[in-house]
Each structure stands twice: as structure tokens, then as C-alpha cells.
Design a protein around this ligand. Structure first.
Ligand code: ADP
Ligand code: ZN
Length: 679
């Protein structure tokens, strides 16, 4: 694994593996069949990219998204790795160049769109290409029951047999059923070495808020995060357009996105989102699969998602680079109504509908949680966790009260009005408000009329929303969404079970979670300057900004303020190639002028040989005219010094072999002393 660690630093610029990566890399590099389930942003690409560099031959990567492939190929090329993609989006000439590189066995990674698998040409090309591994990204696409089914994925198993090489499959979808299908279809039913990595995304801050002027809640959330890239998810197409406009009116760079737009228009938004570092996309969930941008700083839900899985997947798009990110979700009674209706009115069989209600319940439980949201969320995925300290409820534990009495009042008002009305009317009955409707149905004569005067009507609405969140009440689709009491509420009605409710949501605030800057106030100007430099470099090269350096790398630069290329090389995300390409540019932002350095010396920075090189150079300057300063000037070429610094020969003989007898006579002892001191 020593070699792996070196490549990790030199090529990818990372200081260490993330949790779980190392074992996966090891298994894949050993040629085992591997199934790895890791959350989005967990760093799965590295788990096949690094083994690809460790092994002989080329690694074939199958990925469902062309845009994603293009970015990974660009990223690898920037890092100095020979990679290419064959897709329908390439020109003929581009594809030809890739094929040539493959024939000449230069490629380390070949990305292939799944629809290419069926072509005969592809097969014969691959047979002669010395393929050492097939890596399958988004492996759940083989599942016919999933949302992302890709028929072409069914051909992968066949290809594996044909090439007779190991296969590594990656996915973020963990459920048992899908896993089984992957094993069946990709591995012929033989269980591969399986890794199930934790689902926690600790860098994403979680927050929910009850809707209260929701448009304003979203615009002020965005305003407090100006210049950051984010996604706002909405339940309807019309809303995406309205909200995007509202954001633009407030000076944000915002666009809408939904499934009814022209494909070309959609592609334009996708492209812009990918390359711009401050765009807000207001979208339906149609905006998702293709989003592979690591520096999305926040995801907001203007409407409640449809299930806890959906929520997890959508917020998971934020902060894939590991830097701080935020999820902010609004929810209200009408969301619960809408989502329940969508399930009830859908065409799924009854047991499926019940399962969908349960997934929605899990999300509502999260929305109405009384304690750490992450603990609850991870619990849903079968993981145990401590209070996280990075969610709104950990920061401000909610005040709760024994809501049993209130709940029973509300439920009995629902019963007495024959389960035929919505929350508004129930609240009127409870607060004793004589509306036309109350009079028309004679509800002022009910014993529950006016028994809830201690709360206002809006407060009752919020209690009712919490009861809906606990699944004590459900809107009945066959009665225009009138509230019906569920079986789950019976013990409560009979006084056999208590319920705790949240007090704070009775007095909603519209401020949203407080902003925590990515860098301290002090470092903020430098951070902006670094971002501006990044944008300039990215624009000039027509690359997405994060391909130059991602946010996490810039944040670390702004904090640690490297003053030399050596120090720059210590920043996470700065590998050898990027140091060479961009190091000086960013250094000049930090320290003004960059020191002049011989390019050979500059390259040593990442290999930790830089300091020794400087020592050797000093020693040689001292001895330029011999130890008494009277001899003929003599020196070693820079490349020779660099070689010494890298190889660290441990004897005079070894030094002589590298620099020749004459130089060894003059410098040998001094060099050896420095080399021995260098630890
Ligand atoms: P996913 O698992 O969603 O495919 P990626 O492979 O795209 O995730 O990785 C997400 C982000 O994490 C990328 O920006 C990548 O550069 C970064 N990353 C991956 N591995 C490491 C590591 N060991 N150290 C630091 N950053 C890493
Ligand atoms: Zn928490």
C-alpha cells in the first residue's frame, strides 16, 4: 500500500484515505470482485481510479452519465493521468483519438457509455486492449425496480465473462433488494467482497423549518449565502420558475430547471451549473442524476420531499468535497396533504402505497423531531449515532410540552365533525369561532366547540400539523383531503399513550439557520481572491472551477497561507501536476510575488525532497571553488541535484555513481553529511 499512498498524494493530492477507502482500494487492486456501497460524496471514484494506476493494463469504467464521465476524464487528465471516454457526445475524431491511445496501450482508464456495450466493435476493441478491471459506477442501474434502470447495464455481466476480469461495482443505494439484483446480474450470483460504508455525511448541517412565508424564507436563506452555489427543490414546475425569478430579482445568479423544458435548455442549465461557482438552480427533482458537482454548498427544499430516501439523496448532493455544507427543508400542512394524496392517487398496489406512506412518515418524523436529526436519520438507515452537534436541534434543543390533552381535544373535534373537514375548520371549532361554515353545520352546538381557547387558531393548525406528522391524522383523498383519524391514534384517544409536542414551532421564526462562514472573517478576503483566481483560470481553460481546485482546497489555502511551493504542496488536493500547473498562480495571490525557482526544483516540492535539494545546493555553493576557495569552479546540474535529493544515496560510492568521480571528490563528503541529516 506504500505505492498507493504515494499515488494518493502525488496524483490526487490527498493526504490520506477517507474512512473505508483504503480497504476498498486494496481489495480492488488485489483483483477481487468488489461491491462497495458508499454514500454520495464518499469518494468512490478514487476506489477504482487508484487501483487503475496501480495495476497494469487499462481499467474500463462504465458510468450512466456522459457529463459525469467527461468531468472525471478532465479531472484525471489535469492530474496527469491518461484517461479517455468513448461516448456519443464525442466527435468522431475524439473517439478515434481514444481508440488509438487504447490500441497503443497508453490509457489507464477508459470510460464507456453503457449503450456502447452492445456494439461488436467495442467488444473486439476491448478484447485486445489488456483490460485489467471493469468498474461499474451507479451499479443500482441494473435494478429493474429502481428509478434509474438502464437496460444496457444488463450487458455488463456478459462483458465480464467475455473479458474474464474482476469487476468492482459501486452504488449509493443500499437496500437489500437492489443489492441482491446487483450480485445476480453483475457477479453471476456469486457474492463479491462487499463493503457497506457509513451513511453519515457529517459535513452537511441539517435544518428544518415550518413554512411561514416560504418564499421569503428561501430568499433570505439564499441572501445570507450570497455567492455560494446551491439547489432549491420545489414540488411543482410552476414554482421553480417563480422562485428563480424572485431570486434573480434579488440579484442572485439563479435559473429554473424542470422536466418540461426543452432538452437543449436543460442542458444549458446543467452546463452552467457545472462551471459556475455561484449559480442557484431552482428545480424539480428532475434535476438530480446528472449533478456531480462537488462544491454545492447548500440544498434547500421549498417543499417537503416525498420520502426520507428522497430527502437523503437530495441533500446528499451538497458538500461532496467534504467542506461545510447545509440542508434546509421547509414543510407545512399542505405538503403533507400533497404527498399523501400523491401516494393515494398513484397507481401502485396497496402494499406499495402503505410502504410509501411509511417512508413519508419517516421524513415527517424527522421534520417534527424532538432531538438530534442526524441520529434519527441514520437510525432510519440502521445506523446508531450520538447527538451530532451539527443540526438545528442539537444547536437549539426544542422546548417540548406534554401535548396529550391538546391532541385529544383536536382528535375529538375531528371525530365529532365526522372526519369531514380540514385543519382550518377544526381550528375554528376548537377556538369557538362562529364562522358561516360552523353555523351551517351546527358545529357550535358540539361539546368540543370552544374547548381550545387557550391557543389561537394558527397555533391549533400547527398542533394539527404535528399530529399529521406523527401520523395520527391523515388527509382522506376520497373526501377532498378531509382529516381522518388513523389506527395509530387510538391509544392516544383512549388516554393510554401520551404525546410530546414541540413548543417552538408554535412561534415560527423566519430567519433560517444561522450562517457559518466557510473561513474566518480574517481569511475571507484572501478566500475571495483565491476564488477569483480560480474562476479566471477555469474560464480561460473552459473547465469547471472545481476541476482547478475544489472549495475544500481553497479553504485550506486561505487558512494555512502557504508561502512557498513546498508548503503549497502540503495542501490537501494539490497533487504534483496541479502544483506545477497552478501552484505559482495561487501562491502569487497569497504572497504577492512568487519566488523564482528552477522548474526542476519546483517539481520536487511534492516529493518531500525539496528541503534536501536546498541543502545540497547550499553545500555546493560553499564548495564552488573548493574548500579553500582557490580551485576551478565546479557545480552539478540542477537535475543531478534533484536526483540526489530524491534518491538519497547513503554512501560515497553511491554518490559517485550518480555524479561522477570529479564532482564526488569535491562535494561527496558534504552531500553525504546533508543526506544523512535529512530525515
Ligand atoms: P462519489 O462517492 O459521490 O462518487 P467522488 O468520488 O466524486 O464521490 O468524491 C467526492 C469528493 O471527495 C471529490 O471532490 C473528491 O476529490 C473528494 N475526495 C475523495 N477522496 C478523498 C480523500 N481521500 N481525501 C480528500 N478528498 C477526497
Ligand atoms: Zn444533531
Amino acid at each position: 500500500m506504500q505505492q498507493a499512498n504515494k499515488l494518493l498524494k502525488d496524483v490526487f493530492g490527498f493526504d490520506g484515505f477517507r474512512m473505508g477507502q483504503e480497504e476498498i482500494v486494496q481489495s480492488v487492486a488485489n483483483g477481487e470482485n468488489v461491491l462497495a456501497i458508499m454514500p454520495t460524496g464518499g469518494g468512490k471514484s478514487l476506489c477504482f481510479q487508484l487501483p487503475a494506476l496501480l495495476n497494469d493494463g487499462v481499467t474500463l469504467v462504465i458510468s450512466p452519465l456522459i457529463a459525469l464521465m467527461r468531468d472525471q476524464v478532465a479531472g484525471l487528465q489535469q492530474a496527469g493521468v491518461e484517461a479517455g471516454a468513448i461516448t456519443s457526445a464525442n466527435s468522431e475524431a475524439e473517439n478515434d483519438a481514444v481508440v488509438l491511445a487504447l490500441r497503443e496501450r497508453r490509457l489507464k482508464l477508459l470510460y464507456l457509455a453503457p449503450e456502447r456495450l452492445s456494439s461488436f466493435v467495442t467488444k473486439s476493441l476491448l478484447r485486445d486492449a489488456n483490460v485489467s478491471l471493469i468498474a461499474v459506477d451507479e451499479a443500482h442501474c441494473v435494478s429493474q425496480w429502481g428509478h434509474d434502470f438502464r437496460p444496457d447495464y444488463l450487458r455488463i455481466g456478459e462483458l465480464r465473462q467475455f473479458l474474464n476480469v474482476p469487476l468492482a461495482a459501486f452504488t449509493a443505494t443500499a437496500d437489500e433488494e437492489t443489492r441482491g439484483e446487483i450480485v445476480e446480474r453483475l457477479f453471476d450470483g456469486r457474492q463479491p467482497t462487499t463493503f457497506l460504508k457509513g451513511f453519515d455525511r457529517p459535513n452537511i448541517h441539517l435544518a428544518f423549518a415550518a413554512k411561514n412565508k416560504p418564499r421569503q424564507q428561501i430568499t433570505s436563506f439564499a441572501a445570507a449565502r450570497r455567492g455560494q452555489c446551491g439547489i432549491v427543490y420545489c414540488a411543482t414546475r410552476a414554482k421553480t420558475e417563480g422562485l428563480a425569478k424572485a431570486l434573480r430579482d434579488e440579484g442572485h445568479n439563479a435559473r429554473h430547471y424542470h422536466g418540461a423544458m426543452d432538452p437543449s435548455e436543460r442542458r444549458d442549465v446543467e452546463r452552467r451549473f457545472n462551471v459556475e461557482d455561484d449559480l442557484i438552480v431552482v428545480a424539480t427533482i428532475a434535476f438530480g442524476m446528472g449533478v456531480d458537482k462537488p462544491d454545492i454548498r447548500w440544498v434547500a427544499h421549498a417543499d417537503l420531499p416525498k420520502s426520507v430516501e428522497g430527502y437523503y439523496q437530495e441533500i446528499g448532493r451538497a458538500g461532496r468535497d467534504g467542506a461545510r455544507a447545509e440542508a434546509y427543508t421547509l414543510y407545512g400542512q399542505e405538503d403533507i396533504r400533497l404527498r399523501r394524496a400523491q401516494i393515494d392517487e398513484g397507481l401502485a398496489p396497496a402494499d406499495r402505497q402503505e410502504a410509501d406512506h411509511a417512508r413519508l412518515n419517516a421524513l415527517l418524523g424527522l421534520a417534527e423531531a424532538l432531538g438530534c436529526r442526524r441520529k434519527l436519520l441514520l437510525g432510519y438507515f440502521g445506523e446508531t449515532a450520538e447527538d451530532c452537534g451539527n443540526c438545528d436541534l442539537c444547536e437549539n434543543p426544542p422546548e417540548t410540552f406534554d401535548g396529550t390533552q391538546d391532541a385529544r381535544k383536536a382528535l375529538s373535534a375531528v371525530l365529532r365533525t365526522e372526519e369531514r373537514f380540514g385543519a382550518g375548520h377544526i381550528a375554528d371549532v376548537l377556538t369557538g369561532k362562529l364562522t358561516d361554515k360552523v353555523a351551517q353545520f351546527g358545529h357550535d352546538a358540539l361539546p368540543t366547540f370552544g374547548v381550545g381557547r387557550e391557543h389561537t387558531a394558527p397555533q391549533w393548525q400547527m398542533i394539527i400539523r404535528q399530529l399529521m406528522g406523527h401520523d395520527f391524522l391523515r388527509p382522506d383523498p376520497s373526501r377532498h383531503g378531509a382529516l381522518r383519524i388513523t389506527l395509530k391514534a387510538h391509544p392516544l384517544l383512549k388516554g393510554e399513550a401520551p404525546v410530546m409536542l414541540r413548543k417552538d414551532v408554535l412561534k415560527p421564526t423566519s430567519s433560517g439557520p444561522k450562517v457559518r462562514a466557510l473561513v474566518s472573517d480574517e481569511d475571507a478576503p484572501l478566500f475571495s481572491a483565491l476564488k477569483a483566481k480560480r474562476r479566471y483560470l477555469a474560464d480561460t481553460a473552459s473547465l469547471p472551477a472545481y476541476i482547478v481546485f475544489n472549495d475544500k482546497t481553497l479553504i485550506e489555502m486561505a487558512k494555512r497561507k502557504p508561502t512557498s511551493l513546498d508548503e503549497m504542496a502540503m495542501i490537501g488536493g494539490v497533487g504534483a501536476k496541479k502544483l506545477e500547473k497552478y501552484g505559482r498562480e495561487f501562491l502569487s495571490v497569497i504572497i504577492g510575488d512568487t519566488p523564482k525557482q528552477h522548474p526542476t526544483r519546483a517539481k520536487l516540492a511534492v516529493s518531500d525532497a525539496g528541503a534536501l535539494f536546498d541543502q545540497l545546493q547550499d553545500a555546493q555553493t560553499d564548495l564552488n571553488r573548493g574548500s579553500d576557495g582557490t580551485e576551478k569552479p565546479l557545480s552539478c546540474p540542477t537535475t543531478m541535484l534533484a536526483k540526489l535529493a530524491k534518491m538519497k544515496p547513503q554512501s560515497l560510492n553511491d554518490i559517485e555513481r550518480l555524479i561522477g568521480t570529479k564532482r564526488a571528490e569535491r562535494f561527496g563528503d558534504a552531500f553525504l553529511e546533508r543526506i544523512k541529516q535529512d530525515r
